[in-house]
Design a protein around this ligand. Structure first.
Ligand code: HEM
Length: 149
């Protein structure tokens, strides 16, 4: 597929992923922590999922496809040997961290949140970390047109 089209899809997906997480951090989380009521956070997570998950899948698909077009192949990943490959490898590690945090939130924190709000702070840490990682992925992506890191 044409690289420019892949980049446009990547950017729209990044807008959704980063924008959704900034919204939850800046607009939903403060009220939830103040009222100690996880309801609005859980409702936002549920309503964002059908848009956010396809966006993340598209980010990974278009990201890996564009990396291949730049000559960064899976055999080179995690060798940290060239500037472009370093960006791709760090992005993949951050993606892995995102998946681990999402699984930890879904399997460990959210089920207990529904019974008690005591683990609200732990949930907030998960949300803030995923948002910071999303921003880091965005900043890393912007380095590619300047030759990588
Ligand atoms: C949360 C996930 C991600 C976000 C928010 C994100 C965001 C971005 C942004 C904002 C750009 C800048 C494009 C430009 O300079 O105009 C970019 C470029 C890029 N991203 Fe991602 N990205 C994500 C995940 C990934 C993944 C998983 C990969 C693949 C391993 C990837 C590979 C790339 C590549 C190769 C480019 C360069 C495209 C170009 O300049 O032509 N991205 N990304």
């Amino acid at each position: 597929m044409n690289h420019h089209l892949l980049l446009i899809i990547h950017l729209v997906a990044a807008t959704i992923w980063v924008g959704g997480h900034l919204y939850v951090c800046l607009c939903v989380l403060p009220g939830v922590l103040k009222s100690k009521d996880a309801g609005p956070l859980l409702r936002f997570e549920k309503s964002f999922e059908p848009l956010g998950m396809p966006a993340l899948v598209l980010l990974v698909g278009t990201g890996i496809w564009m990396a291949l077009q730049f000559g960064v192949y899976p055999s080179q990943w995690f060798s940290f040997a060239s500037p472009l490959e370093r960006v791709v490898s760090v992005k993949l590690l951050l993606l892995l961290l995102t998946v681990v945090l999402a699984l930890s939130a879904q399997l460990r924190v959210i089920p207990t949140l529904k019974q008690s709000a005591a683990r609200l702070n732990e949930m907030a840490v998960h949300v803030v970390l995923v948002t910071l990682i999303a921003l880091a992925m965005l900043v890393l992506g912007s380095f590619i047109r300047y030759g990588g890191i």
